[in-house]
Design a protein around this ligand. Structure first.
Ligand code: SAH
Ligand code: SF4
Ligand code: F3S
Length: 443
């Protein structure tokens, strides 16, 4: 079709943004756009941005600068900024970068087609509202999601926003208040995905375990939603992320022990192991309550792989506070982790406080990462000799090789000449290298 235009989306930040990018591509797909893998031949470039740390936000401006040449060669090229930087700094983006045509926040992207009509007339469009209506109700169905269809593993956002207001975090401001999507819409979307070949669904939310969407008989918990998904034929695996320690309810812990489709992996960020710092972060849990929670989760599912997030150098963190974080890490033994140096975010309560010396914070980050890397390696190494399920996601680089994720979310390379994308096979792990495992089919 001659009027088909090409859309290039680049995604930064968390899985929620990955999901949003898919949905934006679908919304623009209904408007005649098809996706392309390079900005060079695009008619529309959309950056889906992240505001969580200063570096992430600044990257947007340098990235936009790089499109200057493209726009000079192709004056009709449209450039848009979406996501959390758009929400937080929309006006500033429009002012600092005149080549931007469109700014859209995370809660208004269902209005993209109307905004594009405005842009097509040569006007600028900006929408960073927190609208009354549910954007998901105004988006096209999932059948247009060509890109997602190539992958048997899909994301499904079930809850958005955050009411926790951790003292360092922009999410409650960029995503707005916590909202859970209704059960029937989620189940319908899950069925659509499975019909299109999806075998694994990861339920998403900034506080996904606080999910309390309207369903039959009242509000449903995340565990109840998981049990409903469990009955969908063809759906083999269920995961969820990100969880908050305070919302880890008994029924969810129990599901980890009893629901076979729920994978043995849990991302449960703690941020710090010091009660003084946790209090100043407004986390409303202690190091000890977190450790006791981990104990209960491990009782329900002994082989669960735990993952976490850590911030080092939070204002007024002293050596002892940092050592407390190191002890907590030693006690938990993480199979996966993300760690960051504290970054001051404008408008957050912690921005008022005295910073830790940067060299000290950097040194702490290196020590903490070395410990976490050691733990990750030895947990990965301990998989050798074990049998796991692997969901094949794509062909590997070697002939006859398939690549996929294990139950514990490790990347696994498998020699499987008859292997097909979307198959879930039993695999015996034979080797562990830096970032992945190697395995053989169990026949
Ligand atoms: N909702 C999730 C996390 C969202 S942000 C949760 O509550 O766990 C992802 C991670 O980024 C956080 O867990 C935190 O470790 C990190 N982060 C958030 N704000 C930060 C900041 N100002 N500086 C450094 N890291 C930050
Ligand atoms: Fe941010 Fe805290 Fe909410 Fe997570 S729980 S999104 S860290 S405010
Ligand atoms: Fe970033 Fe927004 Fe996600 S700030 S981490 S893209 S919710």
């Amino acid at each position: 079709m001659s009027d088909q235009k090409k859309l290039f989306i680049r995604t930064y930040g968390c899985q929620m943004n990955v999901y949003d990018s898919e949905r934006m591509a679908e919304a623009l797909g209904a408007d005649g756009y098809i996706e392309t893998d390079t900005p060079d031949d695009a008619d529309m470039i959309l950056l889906n941005t992240c505001h969580i740390r200063e570096k992430a936000a600044e990257k947007v401006y340098s990235e936009l600068g790089r499109f200057k040449g493209l726009k000079a060669d192709k004056p009709d090229l449209k450039i848009g900024v979406a996501g959390c930087v758009a929400q937080a700094e929309g006006q500033e983006i429009m002012r600092r970068q005149p080549l931007v045509d469109l700014v859209v926040g995370p809660q208004t992207y269902h209005r993209l087609p109307q905004m594009m009509a405005q842009v097509a007339k040569g006007e600028k469009a900006m929408d960073t509202d927190f609208p009354e209506e549910d954007k998901f109700e105004h988006l096209p169905g999932r059948h247009g999601a060509k890109k997602a269809m190539r992958n048997p593993s899909a994301f499904l956002t079930v809850q958005e926003g955050c009411d926790k207001f951790c003292a360092f975090c922009v999410v409650p401001y960029t995503r707005g208040a916590e909202v859970s999507r209704p059960v029937d819409r989620i189940l319908r979307e899950a069925h659509d995905l499975v019909e299109r070949g999806v075998r694994e669904i990861t339920l998403l939310g900034q506080n996904v375990n606080a999910y309390h969407g309207a369903g039959e008989g009242g509000d449903w918990s995340l565990a109840r939603l998981i049990w409903a998904l469990d009955t969908i034929d063809g759906l083999e695996r269920i995961r969820f992320t990100t969880s908050h320690p305070n919302d880890m309810n008994d029924d969810l812990i129990e599901a980890h022990g009893t629901c076979a489709k729920l994978m043995p992996y849990l991302h449960l960020p703690v941020q710090s192991g010091s009660d003084k710092i946790l209090k100043r972060m407004n986390r409303s849990h202690t190091a000890d309550s977190y450790l006791r929670l981990i104990e209960r989760i491990r009782e329900a599912r002994p082989d669960i792989l735990l993952s976490g997030d850590f911030i080092v150098g939070f204002p007024e963190e002293d050596d002892q506070d940092f050592e407390d974080t190191m002890s907590l890490i030693r006690e938990v033994n993480y199979g996966q982790a993300y760690s960051f140096k504290y970054s001051t975010r404008p408008g957050t309560p912690a921005a008022e406080r005295a910073l830790v010396d940067d060299a000290v914070a950097t040194d702490r980050l290196h020590r903490l990462q070395a410990l976490l890397t050691d733990q990750q390696r030895s947990i990965q190494q301990s998989m050798v000799g074990k049998e796991v399920g692997v969901l094949f996601e794509k062909k590997g680089r070697l002939d006859g090789q398939m690549v996929g994720k294990s139950d514990h979310l490790h990347a696994v390379h498998v020699h499987a000449p008859d292997g097909q994308v979307g198959e879930l096979r039993r695999v015996k792990i034979v080797e562990s290298s830096t970032n992945s495992l190697a395995g053989e089919l169990v026949v």
